[in-house]
Design a protein around this ligand. Sequence first.
Ligand code: ADP
Length: 579
Amino acid sequence: MVKKLFHLSDKGSSDLKKSVLSCVITDFALIFPVMIIIRIISELLKPFTAGVSADMSNLWLLVLAAAAAAAVYWFACSYEYEITYGTAYRESEKTRIEVAEHMRKLPLSFFNRKDLSELTTNIMADCTSIEHAMSHVVPFLIGHCISITLVCLMIAFYDWRMALAVYCALPLSAIIICAASAIQTKYGGSLVQAKLDVSDKMQEYLEGIKVIKAFRLEGENFESLNKALKKLMRTSMFFEALVGSFIAAAVIVMQTGIGIVVFAGVHFITGATLGIIPFLIFLLITLRIYSPLIVVMELFAEFRYINIATKRMQSLREEPLMDGDGETVLKDGNIEFSNVTFKYNEENVLKNVSFSVKQGQITAFAGPSGSGKSTIFRLLPRFWDIDSGKITVSGKNIKEIEPERLMSYMSFVFQDVVLFNDTVYNNIKIGKMNASKEEIINAAKMAGCDDFIKDMPDGYETMLGENGCTVSGGERQRISIARAILKNAPIVLLDEATASLDSENELKIQQAISALVKGRTVLVIAHRLKTIAGADKIIVLNNGEIVEEGTSEELISKKGLYAHLYNIQQLSLGWSVKK
Ligand code: ADP
């Protein structure tokens, strides 16, 4: 049940059982020293209570027994610490890796539905909530409740009235805690949503800080962040007040339980039906077990997100992965789109698109912005799956090929190059993780990166900063071309690789691309139509449909959309800023 409740792995649930057991053992390990100390005190008090002197040999035996019991307690505590905290942190590390790995295999359509801050929360905050509850609350809550029940059963053999007095507060507290849990489940969603809104707005604010400053939008943007923060404050206060009052009530009931034990004990002592020593033992045992349970109950507020966190984690893990054959071998780079229709949301973005790309040829895609060129590039490696029609590579339907396998046949050079906060060397190595140093440097040379890398302070070992903020646009592009060269895949997808660059950079990138495309099947999108004039075939898209197909010369003489776009670009080439 616990396994299902907290979505634990088999190992996690068996470790949790061990933690609960270790908590019970620790509770009992402390009861024995307490009992022995009381026996020592009663032995020492003998001259006053029984009028006889203390039995020294008995006393020494008791001291030895107390030392042994303390040693057992120490071992029990160490074991409990290791098993409880170690388990929680190992389980949470495993979950984080599993979730990240699962997300890596999800189709991009999933990421289109979710925003980044929600996913980050899923991996970090949800795992932390579960980790904290598993290390500080769950094992102790269950363990102490079991200990109290067992202790009460033991006391019942001696005096059932005292056992009842010790036990009576527990069920009532448990009912109140269950009510608090139900409230947390009911209202916790709105709290989580308020938190997500804040992190979303904060991220938007920080990401857009340059634009915000440039256009003096501080007020407006800050206002929406401010509203989200205020909403979070109101929701948190409402939630804390509601749940907090239930938890406080449960704690008060438990503390009253200690009073009940004292009251019952004194009553039975005065009625001469209970001795002082047994009463002291019952009282110390009660205090010993009640006190940590009260602390755990106070921590129950930690549970506030655990239901929601585990549910969200579960729904993430249940998101269907893209499957397919991981062993498929593609013999050539022939690509075929047959009647492909696709939509991101409601509207079809590609409508009955059919075309073919021949092995070893350069096929270019042209058309106005938003006509669907990049979408074609996202469908080919299965970033998204199509709604109808068929895409084949080397005659094989890509829906039947595992995305990672399919991707191993393709290299990408996208406009938005993602660089990691790592060395240049490792950033290039991403193209082929098992590449040798020689291969990496060779790829960097072919992509025209070698010169500027050598000029960097630590050469190939220079750190690039977050998302490669320390390199220029043209250098980023060349690093991504070096990655693609290193990958050495038979199909190359180039997306607007030469957009927004100065002419020196453009020339270097052209040279790098020439090295990359040699002998490969190439699909290219270029905004500047002159860069694709030499392509074997140009496919012209408009509004998600193919409107023209042919070589640059054929299309210009057709005087259609391509010719129109080409003429506009010829005119715009001569633009300049004038006063
Ligand atoms: P192009 O590359 O020709 O400029 P795209 O393929 O990027 O065009 O986009 C085609 C259409 O799909 C556009 O209307 C665009 O708004 C829409 N679109 C692109 N990406 C997404 C996305 N991730 N989610 C929803 N709509 C998208």
